[in-house]
Design a protein around this ligand. Structure first.
Ligand SMILES: [Zn+2]
Length: 189
């Protein structure tokens, strides 16, 4: 995979000493630790800290380590590229889309955080609700309101998507925020 900025280069530049498992003591400001919780994933050119939860690509890492913004680093890296080259141009276009999607994920995760939504708890509550109705109607699933089935369906889809690491989940996030909010208002008391 061609990358704009190699995460290993960023680590080397800032003296992050990775061990043989690509782990290191977290170099991020505000996280002082004795164990190595910071891990780099060369395949995806990104990082994750199991201690403080920080994560992102090489550009994000450089931004975090320098206290500059993600966009500043991005522009700086872009300046050094020859965009007249066809392949580079196509790559940059793909990258721009990927960045858009990443932004959507971040927004979504912030939304979850702010709304204090525990999706797993919610899914279980929904299942309880189904069982409650189920008992009333003698276990005939057809008597369960269509709406509720719909919500349950969306939520299981959502649960599934949370487990997936694919970037394609982003559109899903944007689209289903509202569905989940409605489900919560209607069925969770
Ligand atoms: Zn950390």
């Amino acid at each position: 995979m061609q990358v704009l900025l190699d995460i290993f280069d960023v680590c080397a530049e800032f003296g992050v000493k990775l061990n043989s498992h690509n782990k290191a003591k977290c170099p991020l400001p505000g996280h002082n630790e004795k164990t190595a919780s910071f891990k780099v994933y060369p395949k995806n050119n990104n990082f994750y800290c199991f201690g403080c939860g920080a994560q992102g690509d090489a550009i994000q890492l450089k931004a975090d380590l320098t206290g500059r913004t993600n966009n500043e680093i991005y522009k700086e890296v872009m300046c050094g590229l020859d965009t007249s080259d066809k392949e580079t141009k196509r790559y940059l276009e793909e990258l721009a889309v990927a960045r858009e999607k990443q932004k959507a994920v971040d927004e979504f995760e912030n939304w979850i955080h702010e709304a204090k939504i525990d999706l797993y708890t919610m899914c279980h509550l929904m299942k309880d609700k189904i069982e409650e109705i189920d008992t009333k109607v003698d276990g005939v699933p057809n008597d369960i309101p269509d709406e509720l089935w719909e919500y349950i369906g969306e939520l299981s889809k959502f649960e599934m998507m949370l487990e997936s690491l694919e970037i394609s989940r982003i559109e899903f996030y944007k689209e289903y925020k509202d569905v989940i909010e409605i489900a919560r208002e209607n069925w969770i008391r």
